[in-house]
Design a protein around this ligand. Structure first.
Ligand code: COA
Length: 180
């Protein structure tokens, strides 16, 4: 199929849809991370999908090009006092209800056309949280720069698992305002 590079259909899903979308999430991930398929941390992705989608506040958007899933973003509301930014900001922001963006990925064939921004905006556009937080591998400065262009700022670093990358903790005020 020839990719339609500028238009995608974005659909919203919740915890109730977890079983229905599970294989799609795994298939898109396999394509998006094909260059790191040998990485044991990447291979643990199905556990993370099940962990996040079992959260009652799980929220997910999947972008489709026709019937073909091209990428997705998902996350869930952070538990109060367990926000990723919590240990890095003193004093805490005035308003602290935080949405953790756990995953954002676009399949290689559909990259460089703004779909990651569309998916991210669609995910957060229906939220009324005060803040959004995400983690980005510190060795991927271009991805960090992409997130900064969406309004995120780096507030610290964390390595949530011994075999995971070290991540920059990125925080944005909601609603998002475009920097560029
Ligand atoms: C991150 C992503 C969603 C952005 O998609 P996009 O908006 O279409 O933008 P691009 O793919 O052009 O990425 C922006 C820049 O980051 C770089 N980049 C993207 N993913 C990268 C990765 N995993 N490692 C290193 N650099 C990466 C790209 O090469 C690009 O730089 P360039 O313009 O110099 O080529 C997509 O690249 C992707 O799915 N990457 C793999 C998964 C990933 O890393 N997700 C982010 C987790 S925090």
């Amino acid at each position: 199929m020839e990719p339609s590079l500028t238009t995608i259909d974005v659909r919203h899903f919740t915890h109730d849809d977890a079983a229905e979308i599970r294989q799609t999430l795994l298939d898109v991930h396999a394509d998006a991370y094909a260059d790191r398929a040998d990485d044991p941390f990447v291979q643990r992705f199905p556990w993370f999908v099940d962990h996040w989608s079992s959260h009652p506040g799980f929220s997910c958007v999947i972008g489709y090009d026709g019937s073909e899933p091209v990428g997705y973003a998902y996350g869930a509301a952070a538990n109060p006092d367990r926000e990723w930014w919590r240990e890095h900001l003193t004093p805490a922001p005035a308003k602290t209800r935080t949405f953790h963006v756990s995953e954002l990925m676009v399949r290689p064939k559909w990259r460089k056309h703004g779909h990651s921004e569309r998916l991210h905006r669609a995910l957060l556009g229906v939220r009324d949280d005060d803040l959004a937080a995400l983690l980005v591998d510190v060795t991927h400065p271009k991805v960090q720069a992409l997130y900064e262009s969406w309004g995120y700022r780096k507030v610290g670093e964390r390595q949530p698992f011994p075999d995971s990358p070290v991540y920059a903790v990125m925080l944005a005020d909601l609603p998002l305002h475009l920097i560029r």
